[in-house]
Design a protein around this ligand. Sequence first.
Ligand SMILES: Cc1cc2nc3c(=O)[nH]c(=O)nc-3n(C[C@H](O)[C@H](O)[C@H](O)COP(=O)(O)OP(=O)(O)OC[C@H]3O[C@@H](n4cnc5c(N)ncnc54)[C@H](O)[C@@H]3O)c2cc1C
Length: 567
Amino acid sequence: MKFKPFNQPAPQLGNQYDDDRVLRSYLKRTLPPDMLAEVEPSLREMGELAGGELYALQLADRLNVPTLTQWDPWGERIDRIDVTAVWQRAERLAAEFGVVAAAYEGDYGRYARPFQFSTAYLFNPSTDIYTCPLAMTDGAARTLLLSGNRPLIERAVPHLTSRDPATFWTSGQWMTEATGGSDVGTSETIACRDTNDAWRLFGRKWFTSATTSQIALTLARPEGNSPGGRGLALYYLELRDENGRLNDLTVNRLKDKLGTRKVPTAELMLEGTPAYPVMELANGVRNIVPMLHLTRTWNSVMAASLMRRGMALARDYARRREAFGALLSDKPLHIDTLARLQAETEAAFHLSFFLVELIGRDEAGDITPEDADLLRLLTSIAKLTTGRQAVDVASEVLEAHGGAGYIEDTGLPLLLRDSQVLSIWEGTTNVLSLDALRAIASDPGGLIALNRKVLGVVADTRDPALVEQARLAAEVIHLAIHWLQEVKDDRAATEAGARRFAQTLGRALSLALLVEQAQWSLDNEGDGRPRAAARRFGRSAINLLADTDMDDDRALANDESLAVMAM
Ligand SMILES: Cc1cc2nc3c(=O)[nH]c(=O)nc-3n(C[C@H](O)[C@H](O)[C@H](O)COP(=O)(O)OP(=O)(O)OC[C@H]3O[C@@H](n4cnc5c(N)ncnc54)[C@H](O)[C@@H]3O)c2cc1C
């Protein structure tokens, strides 16, 4: 007799647009119907690729990583980076589908951004973080347009926003040096004037993702400028000359990373690299902010998209996997586990896309001053909230697959490894929490607008279960504002609570946005699932503020000290 072992069927993906109730219902609520009808075929096509061909290619290409060839056979320094098959395909598709361009084509006004980011959301989970260079490309295009620097706009923006793969360029964002990614004002790179308009940069950039880009925006200190962030200036550079040779820069090595392994993140030496000031010869940190706002927004949407991918796989698996005589999808505790993750995923989606909506309105000149303040605050809040959610959800998604979730060739561990970066790059959770506090201190309008948005949801909600959740969101915001007033004169207490404060704002606003969508879905689709998401999310920890003791915290953070804590 031949023993035939049991083989577990793998989780499967369908069309990632058609299967995404949350995205489709959101677009139905927020886009004009004729526009939705126009853009839906493109979203559906991307959904088909993401759940089919690209997902298969991603699994097949799993072991490949980008390679750096520093020398040619004859001793010439070349520093050529070859990217993986998925990245090559993603580059073409990104141009053809206008994953960046759709935001710049002017066809849809304030709705252009929600459409563009819906495409990016579908594209991201099957393209091995190719959205990293796309985010920076979008950020560079916007920063250049806002700078008013005509020669640079004319030179680069048509490429950055092209739908033709042959002319499409991507951009890097080179800020982090070994001295600091958060504390970027300590950067060591020096800019020396070469000719009247051209400068040469000397320094070392410690993390430069997607070093295959054609251009980069970077920071350097013009010779003689003061130390600190104000003394840095924002520069534009092109990586290669017309013969394809690197412009006086060398690639020391590619980083060996936990995740985002397909992204060629390099350490670079700038050895007199030609560069052009984008704006004034100072205030570089302030002048690169439009780029950061967009890359942080991309980060939030990518977090939601990876959570969504994890849930699609975990749900499908639960319907295929039996344990103790029943499918996992029928086990009450597994249902409880997945329900929490789905509620987190929907919360992250709505928080991210609310931010996207505000950007769309801002760019279309259709935003109130209060909402413009909210936009400034929300880029940090959404990024730091969704970045942590993504790691939590990815970790649970792996566990929901049992041992298989830990096995590399299922493709599942990738979700966790790639999610982990989302709370680190583009500003860590702590650094963005402090940034949110700074934004409120310089202009409380953002916090006032956030409060007003939540109160507006309370006023517009009628379903009793949803009214309860909307009120909870409003009450938590009220408590958070009260906390801030209480601690505002105690700098250490304010800083220590910044992360819990910022996440509380993020979670309370997410709850209100879930309620808003849920009321609409009840009224227009007769669908109770968004209400279930709001109620489930409302039962999680929304208010993270708590009284803590700095002495206790110091004793815990510095635990290895031999001193016994005095009682
Ligand atoms: C895969 C990858 C790709 C990257 N690509 C790029 C890129 O393309 N371009 C680029 O410019 N950078 C890039 N980075 C760098 C990234 O943006 C920085 O690593 C990040 O901003 C953190 O900076 P840091 O490494 O200096 O950490 P640090 O600032 O040293 O942070 C260490 C810890 O201290 C905390 N901390 C820092 N300051 C404070 C404070 N005031 N209060 C409380 N806590 C604080 C942080 O939250 C963190 O937990 C990349 C990083 C990674 C991992």
